[in-house]
Design a protein around this ligand. Structure first.
Ligand code: IMP
Length: 431
């Protein structure tokens, strides 16, 4: 059993790596986040864009949505219908303990952001934070088990009663008298989703225990990246879930003994969407060059991603937190054609040099990265990359191998998978 975990601020190319690995697995299990994530898979020339369904599902794997997730049923139902319209009957297991995103979560998410002005986080606006906040508040939350139960109407009414002041403050309702009608509307909409989803709902941890006993191979799919983790990321500019390896166990209800290998995915440079500190950010034309060449625009929101050099201080921290066994390095082709490539190897903070990552945003805003400069390599055509992939690792340009070795020497972790294009075939595996 392996986990695929993002080591930066998300968008590391986990979707492609999972798709590439899916042939060796029977089950792909998500444990955190919701439809703030996004990945694109191309199967038989057909493009599939998913935010909730794990990508392996269109290749016939069973997709698990764990209790650690927040699920927007309107999005999930659309994705299921899309898969079905392509003559694939999705095999899904949805935890009855996962939490629901309700229409007001999306409105509150966006409302809070616009009220926060310069202090906003830059969320995806999908209601993720408000849904997780309600989970922590306990009696203001609804779970998948409530959606499919006969007392769903009662539950909505109770929750809305608790939330009425908040709903008023975001102009979702203007007076108490509108509360019943608002609840009725949610009930009608969500009852429709319940009819479609109920057959997939189960006790996910029992399902995984049984699957393991029957020799099934499970791949754990992390969403977002380590530096967006609610505890270990660049707080408060983070998402609201545990994106790191610990989230697998709490987010699926399984013990650590399930996990044999942690594949950390890192882009050959760094990107970030939304606000927050980013020490190696390139704000000028070089940043724009990488953005255009790497097509660095969000799958979920279409927002332009901020781009910068690879940050080995941050990467070392992420590898430590997750116990990474090997690295998948993605988008190496994007750096082609640059004369020099910089890599941050230390930070200077208040006149002192450090190699440890201060994950607190206040400190991280102050750091000045110390760079090593490596030689770049020439631009290569798609065909040239294809030939390199066919020949294997040793056929890579010399300076590319130097770049990879530099990363490995610094992190003391092998780079085993190298991705040089979005398609599945553009992947080198090092034995
Ligand atoms: P939220 O998860 O929508 O609350 O957003 C919180 C922060 O996480 C924002 O900076 C988002 O841009 C970022 N974020 C959330 N999901 C992703 C993702 O899948 N990729 C990259 N960034 C993400």
């Amino acid at each position: 059993m392996s986990a695929v975990i993002g080591l930066q601020w998300g968008d590391e190319g986990k979707g492609k790596i999972i798709d590439f690995l899916s042939k060796d697995f029977d089950i792909v299990a998500r444990f955190n986040g919701g439809n703030n994530a996004g990945h694109t898979v191309v199967v038989n020339n057909k493009v599939f864009k998913f935010h909730l369904i794990p990508s392996g599902v269109v290749r016939g794997l069973t997709g698990v949505l764990g209790n650690g997730m927040v699920i927007d049923p309107s999005v999930l139902v659309k994705e299921i219908e899309f898969v079905k319209s392509n003559n694939i009957d999705p095999k899904l297991k949805i935890s009855f303990k996962a939490h629901l995103i309700l229409p007001y979560h999306r409105i509150i998410d966006r409302g809070k952001e616009s009220r926060s002005g310069t202090k906003r986080i830059g969320t995806t606006g999908r209601g993720i934070g408000p849904a997780y906040s309600d989970k922590m508040r306990r009696n203001e939350a609804l779970r998948v088990e409530n959606l499919i139960s006969s007392n769903f109407y009662e539950k909505i009414k109770n929750v809305l009663e608790m939330k009425k002041d908040e709903l008023k403050s975001y102009n979702i309702i203007s007076s108490d008298s509108e509360l019943k009608e608002y609840g009725d509307r949610i009930y009608r909409e969500y009852s429709g989703y319940a009819k479609i989803l109920s057959k997939y709902v189960c006790d996910v941890s029992s399902f995984l225990f049984e699957a393991k006993e029957n020799g099934k191979r499970i791949l754990f799919e992390g969403a977002q990246g380590t530096l967006l983790d609610i505890d270990h990321g660049t707080f408060p500019f983070v998402t609201s879930s545990n994106t790191t390896v610990g989230g697998i166990f709490t987010g699926l209800g399984i013990p650590p003994s399930f996990l044999e290998k942690v594949i950390g995915v890192a882009k050959a440079y760094t990107t970030r969407v939304g606000r927050g500190p980013f020490p190696t950010e390139l704000s000028g034309s070089l940043g724009e060059y990488i953005r255009e060449k790497g097509m660095e625009y969000g799958t979920t929101t279409g927002r332009a991603r901020r781009c910068g050099w690879l940050d080995l201080v941050a990467l070392k921290y992420s590898c430590d937190i997750n116990g990474v066994s090997e690295i998948a390095l993605t988008k190496l082709d994007v750096l082609s054609g640059l004369r020099e490539i910089k890599v941050a190897v230390a930070y200077e903070i208040d006149g002192k040099v450090t190699k440890s990552f201060p994950s607190s945003a206040d400190k991280l805003y102050k750091v000045k990265p110390a760079y090593e400069t490596l030689k770049g390599w020439n631009k290569l055509s798609k065909g040239e990359w294809k030939r390199i992939v066919e020949k294997g690792f040793d056929a890579l340009p010399y300076n590319t191998i130097e770049y990879i070795s530099f990363i490995e020497d610094h992190l003391k972790i092998p780079v085993k998978i190298i991705s040089v294009g979005p398609e599945r075939e553009y992947t080198i595996v090092r034995e």
